[in-house]
Design a protein around this ligand. Structure first.
Ligand code: NAI
Ligand code: OAA
Length: 259
């Protein structure tokens, strides 16, 4: 049978910032052959450092012989570019999951993916437990609650006291904090039920902490993830970059683990 991907897998990256650079630094069984960013200097510097072909035109980028495109840019990038990626016949990994909070956009994107037999992969990002939260789609759920606590610098906040910045539904949270709460949408999509969310700023904290409270037919679970912020972007936890990396490393493995 023909292998699904080339070996090494040819990856195109949208977003040459913090996560894009971590992927490039640590690529092993895949190769980033093309890079696209809306800031020309960023893509040029990325290309000089890592050898990927630079693009500031998305159509030209998508004409490269890519096995998969990895979005590590922004919610706007997903909204503007994800459909183009699928229409170009590429699978897509997307990290700015908040874009999928828009029901109409998500449904249209998934319809396109289905029609073209393409896949959209959502990495676990900055949390753990997304695999088992999927039981929410086939069994009763009584509670899905995410409490995120981040240092002031991660939230670009001037608050000097421990304070709740938001309490409400996942999609309203990511609309207000698009660079900090994509995980709330990943959880909601995995479970099939919109998560309740609280976002706290803690001026004394050093880590980006996510606490997941999940209850239902199976029993209950509490997961606490204390993430080190990524050195180049404290809004993003380092684990988010590692999760994309591990997904890329395992995509064509014959052994699929989890859930
Ligand atoms: N799902 C999850 O668990 C997590 C998701 N994220 C999201 O992942 C994404 C990447 O994070 P970082 O690398 O830390 O961000 P970053 O800000 O360091 O890098 C983003 C890069 O993408 C580029 N970019 C932004 N919008 C673009 C567009 N419309 N078209 C082309 N290029 C564009 C920027 O110029 C920048 O170079 C962010 O959206 C972040 O919020 C981050 C952490 C966890
Ligand atoms: O990296 C994190 O801790 C979570 C994050 O920013 C997001 O979900 O957007």
């Amino acid at each position: 049978m023909t292998p699904i991907y080339s070996s090494p897998m040819k990856v195109g990256v949208i977003g040459c910032g913090n996560v894009g650079s971590i992927l490039a630094e640590r690529q092993k069984s895949f190769k980033i052959v093309a890079a696209y960013d809306s800031i020309p200097e960023r893509v040029a510097a990325f290309s000089d450092k890592y050898g990927a072909k630079p693009f500031s035109d998305i159509d030209a980028f998508l004409q490269e012989p890519l096995d998969i495109v990895v979005e590590v840019a922004s919610i706007n990038a997903v909204k503007d570019l994800a459909e183009k990626v699928l229409l170009a016949g590429r699978d897509l990994i997307l990290l700015s999951v908040g874009a999928l909070a828009d029901d109409a956009f998500r449904k249209e994107l998934l319809t396109t993916a289905k029609q073209l037999h393409r896949r959209i992969h959502i990495p676990s990002g900055a949390i753990m437990g997304l695999d088992n939260v999927r039981v929410g789609k086939i069994s009763r759920v009584d509670k899905l609650f995410l409490k995120t606590t981040k240092p002031s610098r991660s939230l670009n906040s001037n608050e000097s006291v421990f304070k709740c910045l938001f309490a409400g539904k996942a999609r309203d949270c990511v609309a207000l904090y698009p660079k900090n709460t994509n995980v709330a949408i990943s959880l909601s999509l995995a479970c099939g039920r919109e998560a309740d969310v609280e976002l706290w700023v803690d001026p004394k904290a050093e880590q980006n902490m996510h606490e997941i409270f999940f209850e239902g037919e199976f029993g209950d679970a509490y997961i606490r993830i204390r993430n080190l912020p990524a050195p180049e972007n404290p809004a993003t936890s380092y684990l988010a970059a590692l999760s994309v990396l591990s997904l890329l490393e395992s995509l064509d493995s014959p052994l699929v683990i989890g859930a």
